[in-house]
Structure formats: C-alpha cells, structure tokens
Design a protein around this ligand. Structure first.
Ligand code: ACO
Length: 335
C-alpha cells in the first residue's frame, strides 16, 4: 500500500463515518464491505435485497456483522425519501407518480440517505457509469457553498520522479466537466487545492495549464485560462494559483526560471488544472501508462456531501480505498 493510502486509512479509522454502497448486491462491493468493517475504516450501509445480499455474503464468506442493509422495496424510509426527492425536484417537472419508482433505484435511494443525513457519504460505480452515479448527486446533493461545479481529480503517484511533491501531483478535471467555462475552471482549481490539503496534506501550488506561458501565445482558448486564473485568485487570494502556464513551465524549475521567473507556482506546481476534459483525461492516462504512475481516483470534489465514483474494472480493494477517501471527505465537511 502506498504511503498516501496508509495515511488515508489511519485518518478514516480515527473517526468512523457511515458510507452507503448502493451496489450492495454486487460481489466486489460485498467483499469490500467485509474488509472495511474488519479494518474499521467506516460503518457500511448496503442497499439492495436483504435476501440476495445475505445469500451472497454467505457464499463469499463475508461477515455482515454490524452492517446496515436497506431494501428500497420494503424499507420504511422509502416514502420519506420519495417525499424529499419530490420537494427537491418538483420545480424541474418531477411528479408524485414518477418519484415512487425513482427512489426505488438504489443510487437515488442511497443519495437521499446522504442528503437527509442518514449516511455521511456514498460510493458507487462498479456496475454503473460515471454519468449514472453523478446525475442523482447533481440533482439531490448539489454543490458545496461557494463552489459552482462538481469536478474530479486524480492523485497521481509517479515512481522515481522529482516533480510535484516527490512525484505526487493532483490532476483536474479528468472525468466530469467536458468544456468548463472560465468561472467553472476557477472553481475546479479551488476545489482541487482543497482536495490536495484534505487528502494529501499538501500545501497546494496550482498551475492553470495551457499551450501558452504568461502571454507567449494569443488565442481565445488561452484567454479562457487567463480569465480563470484571475477569477480563482480573486476568490481565494490565500491560495497559490498561477497561470497560464505550459506543462514544462509548471513543473520544471529551469523552464520556469526562463519563462515565468516571478511566479510562486511555476517550476514547483503540485496541482495541475487542465483547460478541458479532453486534455485532462488524455493527460492523466499518458502519465499513468508512460510513467507507470498510480492514478488514485477519480476523486469527486465540490459536492455538498461526498459522493465518489468507481471504475467498472475496479477490484474490491479499490472500493475499500475509495470508501476510506470518502470517509475523510465526510470528516472534513463535518468540521
Ligand atoms: N456540477 C454541478 N452541477 C452540474 C454539473 C456539474 N459538473 N453538471 C451538470 N450539473 C447539473 C445541471 O445544472 C442540472 O441541474 P438541474 O437539473 O438541477 O437543473 C443537473 O446537474 C443535471 O444536468 P444535466 O445537464 O441533465 O446532466 P448531464 O446529463 O449533462 O450529466 C454529467 C452531467 C454526467 C456530469 C455529464 O457532464 C457527463 O457525462 N460528463 C462526462 C463524464 C464522463 O464520461 N467522463 C469520462 C469517463 S470517467 C474516466 O475516464 C475516469
């Protein structure tokens, strides 16, 4: 286990949170549930048919001691969640007929649990797509105060690398916002700086990436990054955020000394904010594949309460780690 994940586990164990797994009937979720409870990383709540969950747990040899199970078909909370969801969405065309069916969907049921404080966070995505998971979160949980968009970050751990924080850097947004505006990009930068502090204990130095460094190229795409940098600095003067910077000027001291000598961030950035989702998604995969980096995430950020996505190819151990990360986000939001 990496040094970072050891720290994350220790923090999660120190103040256990209630994390709901809406894909409770799925085998990897059940295996993860057993390990999370055994390691004391969180109190797990599973959503699904109680019979299916208990039968599968027996065949997998997983103990469900202390695990709460909610079946939306029989739960006495389903009506409360339907009423709550209706109130939240009635101005968006939701009808009483539709809500009954929607809250029986484990993802919506689990998200309402988090909304009403019956769970502290949610992890899903072993069988659902990113969009399936995010939509209930975006509709129900919404963004945290002062944050305009939900976004995501990957914590990259690059072996034998001196860039960033001894090879650790955060990349954003690599999974959620296809084409952020300048305002949204500023919000992504601020959220990622906060994630760097909360999860990695880093003092963030945020580079707003472009194909231009401090005015070296003129283009409307560069203007967007420049505007986002100004906005982020105005919103959070306490943070070290700078741009626009090319990737090498952001992380290589020699290049920074030439191209951006007065920047507090250039040459030593540990948070890289990409201008759009195509750049971010391609960027993290390049580093993962070519440099053999561990890519932890995508960690969702900016939600008023924590919700996290899994890759459909995830292992039970990946789920355990994402639950620990979600628990720490929940601890942070409870402060
Ligand atoms: N932050 C906050 N709110 C948002 C965001 C956001 N990023 N995106 C949409 N919303 C809000 C909308 O304003 C809307 O609110 P309202 O209904 O209260 O008015 C609600 O969420 C639903 O919006 P839609 O536009 O209907 O949602 P959409 O269908 O576009 O889905 C989603 C949003 C899922 C985030 C979409 O942008 C998406 O699919 N993004 C890409 C995900 C992806 O495929 N990533 C790559 C793979 S992941 C990987 O490789 C690791």
């Amino acid at each position: 286990m990496s040094k970072l994940m050891k720290q994350v586990w220790a923090k999660a164990q120190a103040d256990k949170k209630r994390i709901v797994l809406p894909e409770g009937e799925e085998e990897r979720n059940l295996q993860a549930c057993g390990k999370i409870m055994q390691e004391g990383l969180a109190n797990v709540i599973l959503v699904g048919s109680e019979k299916v969950i208990r039968d599968k747990a027996v065949s997998l040899g997983v103990s469900l001691d202390g695990v709460e199970i909610h079946d939306p078909e029989t739960s006495d909370k389903t009506q409360e969640y339907a009423n709550g969801f209706y109130e939240l969405r009635k101005n968006k065309g939701m009808t009483l007929e539709k809500v009954d069916k929607i809250v029986r969907d484990p993802l919506y049921y689990g998200t309402m649990m988090v909304k009403l404080g019956h769970a502290d966070g949610l992890v899903s995505g072993a069988i659902h797509t990113t969009g399936d998971l995010l939509r209930p979160g975006l509709q129900i949980i919404k963004t945290a105060p002062g944050i305009s968009v939900v976004s995501s970050t990957f914590i990259m751990e690059v072996p034998n690398c001196q860039y960033g924080e001894n090879g650790m850097l955060l990349f954003a947004d690599c999974a959620v916002n296809p084409c952020p505006t300048a305002e949204e990009l500023a919000s992504i930068a601020i959220s990622t700086a906060e994630t760097a502090k909360t999860l990695c204990g880093m003092e963030p130095r945020v580079a707003m990436l472009s194909f231009s460094t401090m005015g070296s190229a003129q283009h409307e795409l560069v203007d967007k990054v420049r505007r986002a940098t100004e906005l982020a600095k105005e919103m959070r003067p306490d943070l070290d955020i700078d741009g626009e910077l090319q990737l090498d000027a952001a992380i290589v001291k020699k290049v920074a000394d030439l191209k951006a000598p007065n920047s507090k961030v250039a040459g030593k950035a540990n948070v890289l904010v990409f201008p759009d989702l195509q750049a971010g998604n391609i960027g993290y995969k390049l580093v993962q594949r070519f440099a053999g980096a561990d890519a932890i995430g995508p960690v969702c950020q900016g939600f008023a309460k924590p919700i996290n996505d899994l890759s459909r190819g995830c292992s039970a151990d990946d789920i355990v780690n994402v639950v620990a990360i979600t628990a720490i986000q929940a601890q942070d939001q409870a402060k």
